[in-house]
Write a protein that binds this ligand. Structure first.
Ligand SMILES: C[S@@+](CC[C@H](N)C(=O)[O-])C[C@H]1O[C@@H](n2cnc3c(N)ncnc32)[C@H](O)[C@@H]1O
Length: 157
């Protein structure tokens, strides 16, 4: 999947997206187009970002999307995204994020993450991300994502 738009970008454009929005543009007020990789700010506004992503996808403007979010399985926005998504990956261990200011890789994050896929090709998502951790997709997703996440939390060192 090409990344046509990173709606939550910074000066480094680490995702190498063809188009980016930054805080200055305020991506929530813009129309999105093309395949999206979204790693939103992990603050209070999470629900707004998730609603925006789901509505742009359902409107057909964003055919495929990947959302990297903290695995807060009990949050309402997480549950809404899990219902709307076609697959999810629960990475094993903490992800190493690139610092937006220094552009250097940080130490592994202490919190669990989840990568959600919205689109018609969950198999391709699985092929690319299965090395990172457990994948749930299709009909098994909604029934078991919570169980898988609990397992993941139990195994994380
Ligand atoms: C978690 S970082 C992700 C950075 C980058 N996309 C990545 O994956 O490495 C979230 C980014 O969203 C930006 N941001 C915050 N509010 C925004 C807004 N209203 N519109 C667009 N970007 C915003 C922040 O400046 C920050 O760079």
């Amino acid at each position: 999947m090409s990344i046509d738009l990173d709606p939550c970008s910074n000066r480094g454009n680490h995702t190498k997206a063809k188009r980016t929005f930054t805080r200055k543009d305020d991506a929530l007020s813009k129309q999105w187009k093309g395949n999206v990789f979204m790693n939103p700010p992990y603050g209070k506004g999470m629900r707004d970002w998730i609603h925006k992503l789901i509505s742009e996808h359902q409107a057909g403007r964003v055919p495929q999307a990947i959302a990297l979010v903290p695995a807060r399985t009990n949050a309402r926005w997480f549950q809404e995204l899990a219902k709307a998504a076609d697959a999810v990956c629960f990475p094993q261990g903490g992800l190493r994020f690139i610092n937006g200011k220094t552009h250097k890789e940080a130490k592994p994050a202490m919190f669990p993450s989840a990568l959600f896929y919205l689109g018609p090709d969950p198999q391709q998502f699985q092929d690319v991300f299965s090395d990172l951790g457990c994948i749930l997709s299709g009909s098994d997703k909604q029934a078991s994502y919570a169980i898988a996440s609990l397992k993941f939390n139990g195994e994380a060192a």
